[in-house]
Design a protein around this ligand. Structure first.
Ligand SMILES: NC(=O)c1ccc[n+]([C@@H]2O[C@H](COP(=O)([O-])OP(=O)(O)OC[C@H]3O[C@@H](n4cnc5c(N)ncnc54)[C@H](O)[C@@H]3O)[C@@H](O)[C@H]2O)c1
Length: 280
C-alpha cells in the first residue's frame, strides 16, 4: 500500500495534455502521495495529447469534458462520484486558452468574439466547475479546489494579451465562490500563481523565451518548475492547509515581490554595451 500526504484522498484533475502540462505533474505527484484520480480534458485534447499514458501509470479513468459545456462538466462530476463511490476531496483546474494569443492578434486590436472565448475557457470554466460541484455536493468537508493563475492578473506583461484579464477574473472567482463554498460546505478555493513554465499553453505566449529568462533572473529562488508546482498543489489538497482559502498564492521564486534584481541589472547593462545605441 502506498503511504503519502494524500493517502485515501480522491480527486479530479483537469488539463493534462502531455508530459509538459502542469496538470500532468500534479496528477503524478498526487498519485505518488496516495491519491486516486479521475483525469479529464476536452475531447480534442484527448485525441491530440497522450493523457491515456498518464491514466495507465496512475490507474485512473479518463472522462472527456469540454470545460465550456455545462452538461459535460455535470456528467464528469456525477461519473466521478460513481467511480469514487461517493463524495471526493479535491479538484485541479489547469485550463487556459486564448484564440487571440493563438492567432497573434494584439491586445489593442482584439477580436471580442475571441476575447469572450478566452474568458469562457480560461475563467468562466472555473465558475462552472465550482457551481456544478457545489450543486451536486461532490466535495467532502475540508475539500480543496485549486486553479492555476499567473502574475499577469496583477501586473502587465507584454504579450500576455487577454489572458491577463482572464486570470484576474479567475482569481476573483476563487474569492467570490471561496466565500460561499467555505461558508456552506467548508470547502477551500485557491489559485496558485505559477512562474512561466515551458508547456504547450505557455510556449504560445509571444516572447515566451525572454519572459522565462527575465523571471529567472528576477526571482531570488529562480523560476518554479512544473514539478515544484505539483508539490505545492499537493500541499494545498492535503489536510495540512485546511484553513487556507480565497487566496491567490504566488509560487514563483519571489518574482512577484521584486522590482529589479542584480542579475537583471547586469544583463540589462550588457545589452547597452553590445549595441551602439545612444539612447541609454
Ligand atoms: N505555462 C505557464 O507558463 C503558466 C504559468 C502560470 C499559469 N499557467 C496556467 O496553468 C494552466 C495549465 O497550463 P499549462 O501551462 O500546463 O499548459 P497546457 O497546454 O499543458 O494545459 C492547458 C490545458 O487546457 C486545456 N483546455 C483548453 N481548452 C479547454 C476546454 N475547452 N476544455 C477543457 N480543457 C481545455 C488543454 O487541453 C490543456 O490540457 C493554465 O491555466 C495556464 O494559464 C501556465
Amino acid at each position: 500500500m502506498r503511504e503519502g500526504l494524500l493517502q485515501g484522498k480522491k480527486g479530479v484533475i483537469f488539463g493534462a495534455l502531455n508530459e509538459k502540462s502542469i496538470a500532468w505533474q500534479v496528477a503524478l505527484k498526487a498519485w505518488k502521495e496516495g491519491a486516486e484520480l479521475v483525469l479529464t480534458n476536452s475531447p480534442v485534447a484527448l485525441r491530440l495529447g497522450n493523457i491515456h499514458d498518464l491514466a495507465k501509470i496512475t490507474g485512473s479513468q479518463v472522462i472527456p469534458a469540454d470545460a465550456t459545456k455545462m452538461d459535460e462538466i455535470e456528467n464528469l462530476l456525477s461519473e466521478s462520484i460513481k467511480i469514487f463511490g461517493g463524495k471526493f476531496d479535491f479538484i485541479l483546474h489547469s485550463i487556459g486558452m486564448s484564440p487571440n494569443v493563438r492567432k497573434d492578434i494584439p491586445y489593442e486590436q482584439t477580436s471580442y468574439e475571441n476575447m469572450l472565448k478566452t474568458f469562457d475557457i480560461s475563467a468562466l470554466s472555473f465558475h462552472r466547475v465550482l457551481q456544478t460541484s457545489y450543486k451536486l455536493d461532490a466535495l467532502k468537508e475540508w475539500g480543496s479546489v485549486v486553479a492555476l493563475s499567473y502574475v499577469a492578473a496583477q501586473r502587465t506583461l507584454s504579450g500576455y494579451n487577454d489572458m491577463g484579464d482572464a486570470k484576474a477574473l479567475l482569481e476573483s472567482i476563487a474569492r467570490s465562490f471561496g466565500y460561499i463554498y467555505g461558508r456552506d460546505k467548508k470547502v477551500r478555493v485557491n489559485t496558485v500563481s505559477q512562474s512561466p513554465t515551458a508547456t504547450t499553453a505557455g510556449s504560445g505566449i509571444h516572447g515566451f523565451e525572454s519572459l522565462i529568462d527575465f523571471s529567472e533572473r528576477m526571482s531570488p529562488l529562480g523560476n518554479a518548475s512544473a514539478e515544484e508546482c505539483a508539490e505545492y498543489c499537493v500541499a494545498l489538497f492535503s489536510d495540512l492547509t485546511r484553513k487556507v482559502t480565497m487566496q491567490n498564492l504566488f509560487h514563483d521564486g519571489g518574482f512577484s515581490s521584486m522590482g529589479m534584481s542584480l542579475k537583471a541589472i547586469e544583463q540589462y547593462q550588457k545589452s547597452f554595451e553590445e549595441c551602439d545605441c545612444d539612447d541609454k
